[in-house]
Design a protein around this ligand. Structure first.
Ligand code: AHR
Length: 511
């Protein structure tokens, strides 16, 4: 193993932007075991009076999730929200065509909103623009957000909920560019529908913020052209354009794994390109408005495509896409988080997908325990220290040559400055083999001192947490390195993620 060198320079004066609290988002979809036996399992030993699992609730709270997208995903494109409200015994059981599963509708809007309160998060609601349209979307906004006096808001009253839910963010459909999507549409058709639905929804509640669907991935044939055409129709109506990205090794070769380690570089490129496309449309329309990005699906995913069709027999909550995240996957997650932080000025909302069981940081056994996957840890640390600004870094790194992205930095880093003035530097060594001895130079801090140094790394790159060994992979607290003249040194093992927390002792004394 070679040991290379790098330098990371951090100066808290170089601010990228304020980190929006909505960057700490997640996603709960009626898919597989995310809802049923994920967040909700009446009869489970930890279930509360509403049937929600306390163990999952506690893990969600500890993760620090601020906003949760619901109810899909592909599921929403065939969903009738009316099926999931009102007395449970009157709710219909339906075939969910998106995942060829049985949907009991035991959980719907009311239950989900009650659950979001227990985890301290806000909801991001998606409307069905696959099989439905303007009228149903506006009716849903009325049901959720209007005080009363109309049919749908009065129905909410009859369902026992007088106060409006006040849901602030609404997704105009999901991945309608995807051949797998129920009611898939060409960009022009989707753009016209999304603009009309969004305008009607705003008539019901002018305070809502709207997200138009961007491409389902950077590899889509219509990528960028889709965003440009959709935004031609929706630019003045919406506040965000969505971005989705999943990464896993695309094959078994070494080059596939090197590409996988560079997933954050792909995210960087995608974010830059979608910003460029959106700003181009804004310029063309001579608009004074600037849209932000909602990166509302992202994560490591190993299962490709096969989960989309053909599950026989049709069952409730089949175990779909229950990817296990190894320590290497967690390192890649850390580098995806770094990419989001580096773009905090324009990516102002993001949701890792999904919260429980579906390529998720939390796993459950039906009737059994819940545990943290390795990917839980970098998410938790970044969310805990994304309470202020994102700070621009200067990184001098050895290059890493990839087959898909050219040369990328082997050392990938991001930094934040919390409201209390503390700095946090997140560092990933993307190399499969080489360690890096890295200098971290801290500028413009009177008496910087490291309070915490955490490492996520394992000699076995495939190490995972499981039902039987839920704590096999955990971050380790190292002895905080000393600072000499504003410079510290850290060793970055290959395939590792680290967090270094720095406070200014001089600032503290003067405070
Ligand atoms: O997360 C699973 C699926 O992936 C979501 O339903 C869809 O939006 C995406 O393609």
């Amino acid at each position: 193993m070679a040991v290379l060198t790098s330098t990371i320079t951090v100066d808290p004066a170089y601010v990228i932007g304020e980190i929006d609290p909505r960057m700490r988002g997640s996603f709960v979809e009626h898919l597989g075991r995310c809802v049923y036996t994920g967040i909700y399992e009446p009869g489970h030993t930890t279930a509360d009076g509403d049937g929600f699992r306390f163990d999952v609730r506690d893990l969600t709270r500890d993760l620090g999730v601020s906003i949760v997208r619901y109810p899909g995903g592909n599921f929403v494109s065939g969903y009738r929200w009316e099926d999931g409200v009102g007395p449970r015994e009157e709710r219909p059981t339906k075939l969910d065509l998106a995942f060829q599963s049985i949907e009991t509708n035991a959980v719907g809007i009311g239950e989900f909103m009650a659950w979001t309160r227990t985890v301290g998060a806000e909801a991001m609601m998606a409307v069905n623009l696959g099989t439905r349209g303007v009228e149903e979307a506006a009716a849903l906004v009325e049901y959720c957000n209007h005080p009363g006096g109309g049919y749908w808001s009065d129905l909410r009253h009859r369902h026992g909920r007088a106060d409006p839910y006040g849901i602030g963010v609404w997704c105009l459909g999901n991945e309608l560019d995807g051949p797998w999507q129920i009611g898939r549409k060409p960009a022009r058709e989707y753009g016209i529908l999304a603009a009309a639905a969004g305008a009607a929804m705003r008539r019901v509640d002018p305070s809502i913020q709207l997200v138009a669907c961007g491409s389902s991935g950077r590899r889509m044939a219509t990528y960028a052209a889709w965003e440009a055409e959709v935004l031609e129709h929706t630019y003045e109506v919406v506040d965000y354009i969505s971005v989705h990205a999943y990464h896993g090794p695309r094959g078994d070769t070494r080059a596939d794994y090197v590409d996988f380690m560079a997933a954050g570089a792909d995210m960087d490129a995608m974010i830059t390109q979608v910003i460029g496309t959106s700003d181009y449309v804004g310029a063309k329309l001579k608009s004074r408005k600037r849209l932000n990005l909602s990166f509302d699906e992202w994560n490591v995913r190993h299962t490709h495509g096969t989960w989309r069709q053909g599950h026989e027999p049709w069952t409730v909550a089949p175990p779909l896409i229950e990817d296990t995240h190894s320590v290497t996957d967690a390192v890649v997650v850390g580098s995806m988080l770094n990419s989001l932080l580096r773009h905090a000025d324009r990516v102002t909302m993001s949701c890792f997908a999904q919260l429980v069981n579906i390529h998720a940081p939390i796993r459950t056994a039906a009737g059994g325990p819940a545990w943290r996957q390795a990917s839980y840890y970098p998410m938790q640390a970044v969310f805990a220290h994304s309470q202020g600004q994102s700070i621009r870094l200067a990184v001098e790194s050895p290059p890493m040559t990839t087959q898909s992205y050219g040369d990328v930095d082997q050392v990938d880093a991001a930094a934040t400055r919390d409201e209390d003035g503390s700095l946090t530097v997140f560092v990933v060594n993307r190399s499969l083999d080489d360690a890096v001895l890295s200098d971290v130079v801290v500028r413009a801090m009177g008496q910087p001192h490291v309070t915490e140094h955490v490492l996520l790394h394992d000699d076995d790159p495939d190490a995972t947490n499981t039902h039987d060994h839920p704590d096999r992979v955990r971050p380790r607290h190292l002895d905080p390195p000393g600072l000499d003249g504003g410079r510290l040194q850290v060793m970055l093992p290959p395939r590792s993620w680290q967090m270094i927390r720095i406070v200014d002792d001089a600032g503290r004394r003067n405070a």
